[in-house]
Design a protein around this ligand. Sequence first.
Ligand SMILES: Nc1nc2c(ncn2[C@@H]2O[C@H](COP(=O)(O)OP(=O)(O)O)[C@@H](O)[C@H]2O)c(=O)[nH]1
Ligand SMILES: [Mg+2]
Length: 208
Amino acid sequence: MTQAKVTSYRKRIQQAQFLMSAPTFKLCPDDSGREVAFAGRSNAGKSSAINALTNQRQLARCSKTPGRTQMINFFSIGDDQSRLVDLPGYGYASVPKEMKVKWQVELEHYLVDRQSLTGLILLTDIRHPLKEFDEQMLHWAKDGDLPVHILLTKSDKLKYGASKNTLLKVSNTLKKLDLPFSIQLFSALKKEGLDELAQVMGEWLALD
Ligand SMILES: Nc1nc2c(ncn2[C@@H]2O[C@H](COP(=O)(O)OP(=O)(O)O)[C@@H](O)[C@H]2O)c(=O)[nH]1
Ligand SMILES: [Mg+2]
């Protein structure tokens, strides 16, 4: 792929605008067009990644904002037939167990049944990758026949050699799961990995 193409994807994605929040799968926008979902346990760096990618400081609000964190948030990219979806992370001690279970049901439903969903971006902290939440998401992605692109986030926290080692290790673990995946290092802080991410999203969303 040419740099010009990647730059064009980057620019398209930067046009992202908040579309709507849905509290449940049933209330999502029409299941037409294409969308790419971002998921990660809370604190994985999802909001930071979306803000860096879209070059908008506050598009995905900070994880501490209670309102939107329990919603599926939709952003349109250019028009509402191309969407970026911010899925709720969980892992807050303060969230009651039955609410977590309810959310898991919603997430599973969304990942397995959503027709317009063309791929899942799964964010996992490079210092402790592939926790239980991530494994659950991978399992559902497989059930839903969804390709997964993994971001090893906060890669600036490790030295280059150590981050490459983790990349290799996680890739090897994933290869055993028999599902289509790709993986990359990512740092919202250093703005590293944005081209690679935009390339995957551009293809999944069939951007021009
Ligand atoms: N060093 C570093 N810290 C990051 C990076 N991305 C996010 N963080 C920090 O990780 C914490 C959680 O980030 P946030 O984006 O709110 O995570 P979310 O809960 O997944 O949306 C915040 O303190 C961020 O400043 C990164 O690329 N590098
Ligand atoms: Mg967040």
